[in-house]
Design a binder for this molecule. Structure first.
Ligand code: MN
Length: 386
């Protein structure tokens, strides 16, 4: 795989006079995830997550990094599928054994804690492959003298203490940054003031699935975001970060695309379409096997348009990675609509209006709306039943 496959090319020349450290920072890979939201695409989604992680590993080779950091939630659960766990373990082992990468460093996350019976507990008992490290509450720090590096796992932001002997101090934290009024509490939380005062050169954050820069003063603090879209409504494409630190306190970083999925939201105003067929054709113009399409039907449906979400999905589903459809449209209940085609149609319209007013749930309202459109179409002599 060539560099251009990652999207943005990244060229950062090492300055020979300075001691530099280059690493890849990822988090929230969520391998083994089984998401109902992806429906029939759930198995394919699991494969995409794995492929994105493989691209992250390839990225370590291509960009000649010395270190790979995974800041929590590598797995979606403490007990991921055995095949997935084995695959990951051998990817880590090969990376250190067959490239310039010196170490891979993991911390547990909210989805993959070290608990009895977990894969991490087993790995720690069996012994990890050469160069692979899992930091824990019991062993929160790691020194890699050949890189002049000290790594610090923080379950509590106040516990971050830089090693004065190390050229580079990197903190790893799986939790939230406090944003007053927006994010006030979480299992693990760090305030901007704690980031500013933590003494780290770099804080490798995980937990939030989109990229975020929460750097303070001299401390670079970044969420890389997930390497692939994890949840169905995640707007950003998957990526990892390639980071360069120099021992004069400089830090540069660049995102590298690792995900293949993209999320697209479309509001379709029913008033813009003459009938269902026209609507379906409009959706099909967006067809793309890598796209998660989130359609919202809005506006006022023409009186005789029968909005059938299931039928739309059936027609378009296979042409996308996944389609989600939310019907927020409403029927044209105006008194001054087109003249009813007959007295019967007029009476039917009145009746449906009463039923709609009496409906207690959205589902009941939706059914009335469909019945009304269908009835009016039939009364107008249209062939609507296939
Ligand atoms: Mn996560």
């Amino acid at each position: 795989m060539s560099r251009s496959d990652y999207g943005q090319p990244y060229h950062q020349a090492h300055d020979e006079r300075m001691n530099c450290l280059r690493f890849v920072h990822t988090a929230d890979v969520h391998l083994g995830r089984s998401s109902q939201a992806f429906g029939t695409a759930a198995a394919e989604h699991r494969r995409r997550l794995e492929q994105a992680f493989e691209r992250c590993v390839t990225c370590c080779r291509d960009y000649e990094v010395q270190l790979l950091i995974v800041a929590g939630d590598l797995f979606d659960s403490p007990r991921p599928p055995e095949r997935t766990a084995q695959r990951v373990r051998s990817l880590f082992a090969d990376l250190v054994g067959q490239s310039q990468v010196v170490a891979t460093v993991l911390i547990p996350g909210t989805h993959d804690p070290i608990v009895p019976g977990s894969i991490y507990e087993r790995w720690l008992a069996e012994g990890l492959p050469e160069g692979m490290h899992l930091l824990s509450a019991e062993h929160p720090t790691l020194n890699i003298p050949e890189l002049g590096l000290a790594l610090h796992f923080a379950t509590d932001s106040s516990k971050l203490q830089p090693d004065p002997e190390a050229s580079f101090n990197i903190g790893l934290l799986h939790g939230s940054v406090q944003i007053p009024g927006l994010v006030d509490e979480d299992e693990v939380i760090i305030t901007p003031a704690q980031i500013a005062g933590c003494g780290m050169d770099y804080l490798a954050l995980g937990h939030w699935h989109s990229f975020g820069d929460y750097s303070q003063q001299n401390v670079v603090a970044l969420y890389p975001g997930s390497p692939e879209i994890v949840a169905i409504d995640q707007a950003e494409q998957g990526q990892v970060l390639v980071v360069d630190l120099d021992d004069e306190g400089g830090c540069t970083w660049a995102p590298v695309t690792t995900g293949t999925l993209q999320y697209q939201q479309q509001n379709l105003d029913l008033a813009d379409f003459a009938d269902m067929e026209e609507l379906i054709q409009a959706i099909l113009t967006l067809a793309d096997g890598d796209t998660i399409l989130d359609i919202r039907l809005v506006g006022i449906a023409p009186e005789q348009m029968i909005v059938d979400a299931d039928q739309i999905l059936e027609r378009v589903e296979e042409r996308f990675f996944r389609v989600r459809l939310t019907d927020e449209s409403h029927a044209d209940w105006a008194e001054t609509g087109p003249e009813p085609s007959s007295l019967v149609a007029g009476r039917f319209r009145e009746l449906m209006k009463e039923r709609f007013a009496a409906a207690e749930t959205d589902e009941q309202r939706r059914v009335v709306q469909q019945a009304r459109s269908l009835g009016l179409a039939l009364l107008a002599g249209k062939e609507v039943l296939g």
